[in-house]
Design a protein around this ligand. Structure first.
Ligand SMILES: NC(=O)c1ccc[n+]([C@@H]2O[C@H](COP(=O)([O-])OP(=O)(O)OC[C@H]3O[C@@H](n4cnc5c(N)ncnc54)[C@H](OP(=O)(O)O)[C@@H]3O)[C@@H](O)[C@H]2O)c1
Length: 394
C-alpha cells in the first residue's frame, strides 16, 4: 500500500537546517513547495539546484516546486492567483526561516524577519487551512534561568540575545494565533546543531565551529610568527613549537562556571523532525536536545589533539583582578564573546513529548571520532568558503 505524504510548504530551505529538511522530505516522498527568495548573486531556483547538488539529490526535482516570496509582505508578496493556488495545494507548513543574528544592533531586522514575517506566514497557514503549522524554534527560547526547561510555552523573560527573545515571542504568537484560528501547530526546539555525525558534512560553520575556527586561526598566527618571522612575539609570551610539532600556547578559556554545550548533529535533527511531523499532536512542543551535554573539557581535549596544540585550558570563576589576559586570550575572548554563554549551559531539557513522538530516538554521542570527522570536513571546505559554489550560504 502506498502512503500518501502531505504536500509541505517549507521556508528557510536555503539555510542550514531547512536545506537538510528539504532533501529529507523529498527523499521520503513528500511534495515540497519551497517558499524562499533570491540572493544577491543567484535566483531561488539556482540556489536550490546548487543545494540539491551538494546533497547529491538532483534526481528528486519532480516533487519539488518553488515560489519566490517576500515574507514581509501580505500574501507573501505573491499575486492573487498564485497565492490562491498555493492555498489549495499546501497541506502542512514547516516554517524554518529565521534571522539567526545574535547582535543587539540588528534588533529591528531580527524582529522584522522573526515576528513580522511570522504574521504573514501564519496568515497563509490560515488561508490555506493547513492540517499543521510546524515551527522550527530553539531550545533556548525557554530563557536562561530555567534549570529544567519544560516542553511548554516560554515563561521566562531573560534571554541571552535578541535572537532568543524573538524566538520566544514567536512561539507565543503562534500559539495564540493558531488557538484563535483552530489551527494545529507544533513547535520543534533544537539545541545547537552541528554537521552530520556520520559523514562530518555541514553547510554552515557557526555555533560549535566558530570558537574552534577562532582557536585555529590564533594557532596559525603564532605558527606563522615562529616559522616565518623569527618568533619574537611568540617567545615573549612563552609560546613555542615542541619537538613533536605541537604548539604550546598558554590560553585559558574563562567561564563563570563549569558546564557544557548541548549539541545535536543535523542528521538527528532531520530524523527526529520527520518523526515528529508524522506523529504530531496539536500544540505539541518538542525538545531536540542531548540529555548529556558535552563538557567543555572534552571539546578542548579533542581540539588540542586535532590542532596539535598544548597549553589550552578551562578556568572557572576567576576574579577580574586575577585574570590577566595575554594577547592570544584577548583575541580569543573577542572572537567568541557571543558564544561564551552557551559553553557553560547546565539546563536540562525535558523530552517527554519528543520521546513519545520519536520512539525515544536519541542523538548519537559526540565522540572524538565524530569531532574529527566534522573538523576534517570543515577544514577541507575552508569553513564553507569552498561551498559557495552551491549558492546556499549568503
Ligand atoms: N543551526 C542551529 O544550530 C539552530 C539551533 C536551534 C534552532 N535553529 C533554528 O532553525 C532554523 C534554521 O536555522 P539555520 O541554522 O538553518 O539558519 P540559517 O542557515 O541562517 O538559515 C536561515 C534561513 O532563513 C531564511 N530567512 C531569514 N530571514 C528571512 C526573511 N526575512 N525572509 C525570508 N527568508 C528568510 C534564510 O534565507 P536566505 O538564505 O535567503 O537568507 C535561510 O533560508 C531557525 O529557525 C533557527 O532559529 C537553528
Amino acid at each position: 500500500m502506498t502512503v500518501k505524504h502531505p504536500t509541505i510548504a517549507l521556508t528557510g530551505a536555503t539555510g542550514f537546517l531547512g536545506s537538510h529538511l528539504m532533501a529529507a522530505l523529498l527523499e521520503k516522498g513528500h511534495r515540497v513547495i519551497v517558499l524562499g527568495r533570491s540572493s544577491r548573486d543567484a535566483t531561488l531556483s539556482q540556489r536550490i539546484a546548487g543545494l540539491l547538488k551538494w546533497f547529491d539529490k538532483e534526481n528528486l526535482t519532480d516533487r519539488l516546486e518553488m515560489a519566490d516570496i517576500d515574507l514581509s509582505k501580505a500574501r507573501l508578496g505573491l499575486g492573487l492567483s498564485k497565492y490562491n493556488k498555493l492555498c489549495q495545494e499546501v497541506e502542512q507548513i514547516i516554517h524554518c526561516a529565521s534571522d539567526t543574528s545574535f547582535t543587539e544592533g540588528k534588533r529591528e531586522q531580527v524582529f522584522e524577519s522573526n515576528i513580522l514575517g511570522l504574521k504573514n506566514i501564519l496568515a497563509f497557514a490560515s488561508d490555506a487551512r493547513v492540517q499543521f503549522f510546524h515551527y522550527i524554534s530553539t531550545a533556548f527560547a525557554c530563557g536562561q534561568d530555567e534549570p529544567i526547561c519544560l516542553e511548554q510555552l516560554p515563561q521566562a523573560n531573560d534571554f541571552l540575545n535578541v535572537y532568543e527573545e524573538s524566538k520566544a515571542q514567536a512561539e507565543k504568537e503562534i500559539a495564540q494565533f493558531c488557538d484563535r484560528q483552530s489551527l494545529a501547530y507544533t513547535i520543534i526546539r533544537p539545541t545547537i546543531v552541528y554537521g552530520d555525525s556520520r559523514t562530518g558534512r555541514s553547510l554552515k560553520f557557526n555555533a560549535l565551529y566558530y570558537p574552534l575556527r577562532s582557536l585555529m586561526a590564533i594557532r596559525d598566527i603564532y605558527i606563522n610568527d615562529l616559522q616565518n618571522n623569527g618568533g619574537k612575539r611568540s617567545k615573549a609570551h612563552g609560546i613555542y613549537l615542541d619537538e613533536e610539532g605541537y604548539l604550546f600556547l598558554p590560553l585559558k578559556i574563562v567561564l563563570p562556571k563549569s558546564g557544557g554545550l548541548n549539541l545535536i548533529p543535523v542528521n538527528y535533527f532531520v530524523e527526529a523532525t520527520l518523526r515528529i511531523i508524522k506523529n504530531a499532536h496539536p500544540g505539541g512542543i518538542y525538545h531536540l536536545s542531548n540529555t548529556a551535554p558535552v563538557k567543555m573539557e572534552t571539546v578542548i581535549s579533542f581540539s588540542k589533539q586535532f590542532m596539535k596544540m598544548k597549553g589550552v585550558e578551562m578556568a572557572y570563576a576567576i576574579s577580574p583582578q586575577n585574570n590577566h589576559r595575554n594577547p592570544a586570550e584577548e583575541l580569543f575572548d573577542r572572537f567568541v564573546k557571543a558564544y561564551l554563554p552557551y559553553m557553560h549551559d547546565n539546563r536540562q531539557f525535558d523530552r517527554t513529548n519528543t520521546d513519545a513522538a520519536t520512539s525515544h530516538l536519541q542523538p548519537p554521542a559526540f565522540t572524538n571520532a565524530v569531532f574529527n570527522r566534522c573538523m576534517d570536513y570543515a577544514v577541507a571546505v575552508e569553513w564553507g568558503d569552498k561551498l559557495k559554489q552551491y549558492g546556499a550560504l549568503t
